[in-house]
Ligand binder design. Sequence first.
Ligand SMILES: Nc1nc2c(ncn2[C@@H]2O[C@H](COP(=O)(O)OP(=O)(O)OP(=O)(O)O)[C@@H](O)[C@H]2O)c(=O)[nH]1
Ligand SMILES: [Mg+2]
Ligand SMILES: [Zn+2]
Length: 259
Amino acid sequence: MVGDRVTVAPDRENGSGYVITDIRARKNSLVRPAVANVDCVLFIIAAANPKPDLALLDKLLVSVRQKGAKVILVINKSDIDGEAAQKLKEEYENCIDGGVFVASLESDEATSAADRIKEAIPAGVTVFCGQSGVGKSTLTNRLLSREAMQTGGLSVKTERGRHTTRHSELFDAGEGKFLIDSPGFSFFDVFDVGHRELPDYYPEFEGRPPCRFQDCSHTGEPGCCVPERLASGKLAPGRYERYKEIYKELLEKYKNKYK
Ligand SMILES: Nc1nc2c(ncn2[C@@H]2O[C@H](COP(=O)(O)OP(=O)(O)OP(=O)(O)O)[C@@H](O)[C@H]2O)c(=O)[nH]1
Ligand SMILES: [Mg+2]
Ligand SMILES: [Zn+2]
């Protein structure tokens, strides 16, 4: 897998090149994109074109948190809809530990945006993740200051990305930072989380005051923290609506499995 730590030896049989003789144990690995030993996942969404799939983003956030990687969110294409970009920033600021950035990676301010993002990226391996056409390869090129990856437009008819990137590739960005550009995707079917553990991956439910019941599902129990969290602005209404949908989906899955 891209991100694997391996041992190589000269390829004696062919007289040139190397062969992998050993793959070290993986610290973690992601399914989509398929990469190993990830320290940080940098999600990119577009303010518009393509329309952000926030339910997909919320599920991905849960699954990355489960793997114990840090998360950064870049809201790109603010030139197309600056207001939508700001709104998304407010919606996600309370649940992303590595920073939320609004950017327009094709404009004059792209360099300063890329500098801010680069600073937030920790040492180690960071993988770029998001729908096709949001600007993952554009950001890769900005951070490396060269055209390392091909970028592509959107389909005029569907306003979706064209799946320009077809493989994951790791680059050395200096300062001990390694970046992986990856292909965009729009479905996330391997979501291996039980409904009971779902709340554990929402930082908005943490803190005081806690819910009356320790195993509160936050879907309407008495004494639940949600009304207070919504009122104080810690929990964004959109995030909560999608949480309830995801919870319902996981509960259905659980019931179907044991019926
Ligand atoms: N308007 C606008 N267009 C942008 C911006 N950033 C990137 N683009 C354009 O969006 C299109 C898609 O960019 P890519 O970097 O190829 O997107 P990607 O996420 O790598 O897409 P896949 O490889 O298909 O997953 C290209 O035409 C870029 O020029 C931006 O900030 N504003
Ligand atoms: Mg790409
Ligand atoms: Zn609750």
